[in-house]
Design a binder for this molecule. Structure first.
Ligand SMILES: O=P(O)(O)OC[C@H]1O[C@H](O[C@H]2O[C@H](CO)[C@@H](O)[C@H](O)[C@H]2O)[C@H](O)[C@@H](O)[C@@H]1O
Length: 285
């Protein structure tokens, strides 16, 4: 039996108490990169921490809703996380592209919006903008289909390369009606109108949970943390869990419970499964 970590806020304590009272009415949503999957230099090599999938599979039948809300395309998160494998949870929702896309394990179907003209136009100009801003090899473009990400983690000076790109990418985004999403040594150009807070709020409206737990590690997760705060103001208990890293100190101030990266998240999921099982030992079908 894994013991639950102690939240650092009263609201976090209330959220955990609400989870223990009725785990079957809880909604748990987690970010992918940096939260379920350790950060690696090449985005294509990201994989869920080995303890994550078993913990999710154990938790899924014990809670009301289990979801992943990610900046990745939904299909990419499913593929990299092996979320459609036999050992993955049978009941899981992935909201990709900051909530613009959706995949449900129950149906195996993915819903994606149509192509965005601004993304297509930015795609055509992006290589020249990048090569005009940083020396060759100091930035890598990740084409996500519905969005474009420019990474500098593999640069000699990643922070300096990111700063050199910030203005030209912001101008490119503005020319084509796109939103700039800053993240861990990455700047993304994506369609406006959706963020992880809106995605979480919509899922909560659909599922009507008695408690909401959201875990994230990056600036894009702050919108979801803000959504948890709004839900709390409306009377729905919630916990903001941070997968802590030295790279994103901004999240520390907006959290109820900090754990040590994806390994800490996996341990938390296992502890939540234990607590849910103790409260209600008969998993649903
Ligand atoms: O919302 P998330 O699931 O956290 O996705 C956010 C972005 O994460 C990915 O980039 C980050 O992870 C990479 C792999 O570890 C790392 O190399 C990079 O430095 C990080 O920024 C992903 O590549 C993006 O498309 C996601 O939007």
């Amino acid at each position: 039996m894994v013991s639950l970590p102690v939240p650092q806020t009263d609201a976090g304590h209330d959220g955990l108490a609400a989870f223990r009272r009725s785990p079957r009415r809880a909604l748990l949503a987690l970010d992918f990169d940096g939260t379920l999957a350790p950060i690696v230099p090449d985005p294509e090599q990201a994989r869920a921490h080995p303890d994550v999938l078993p913990a999710l599979a154990r938790l899924a039948p014990l809670v009301g809703t289990l979801a992943i809300i990610t900046g990745r395309a939904a299909a990419t998160a499913v593929r990299l996380g092996r979320l459609d494998a036999d050992e993955a949870p049978a009941d899981l929702t992935v909201l990709g592209a900051y909530g613009a896309e959706r995949w449900d394990a129950a149906t195996g179907r993915t819903r994606t919006p149509g192509p965005h003209a601004g993304v297509a136009a930015a795609r055509a100009e992006l290589p020249e903008v990048v090569s005009g801003s940083v020396p060759s090899g100091q930035a890598h473009i990740e084409d996500k289909g519905g969005a474009l990400a420019v990474h500098t983690r593999r640069a000699a000076d990643p922070a300096a390369a990111l700063e050199a790109l910030r203005r030209p990418l912001t101008e490119l985004a503005a020319r084509h009606g796109l939103h700039v999403e800053p993240g861990r040594l990455v700047l993304e150009l994506r369609p406006p109108g959706m963020d992880k807070g809106a995605a979480l709020t919509r899922l909560v409206a659909e599922r009507d949970p008695s408690v909401v737990i959201y875990g994230g590690d990056d600036l894009g997760d702050l919108a979801a943390f803000a959504a948890v705060e709004r839900l709390r103001a409306d009377g729905v208990p919630g916990i903001r869990v941070v997968s802590a890293s030295a790279e994103v100190p901004e999240l520390a101030a907006a959290t109820d419970l900090a754990v040590d990266g994806p390994a800490g998240i996996a341990a938390l999921l296992a502890a939540l499964a234990d607590a849910a099982h103790e409260a209600d030992p008969d998993p649903r079908d």
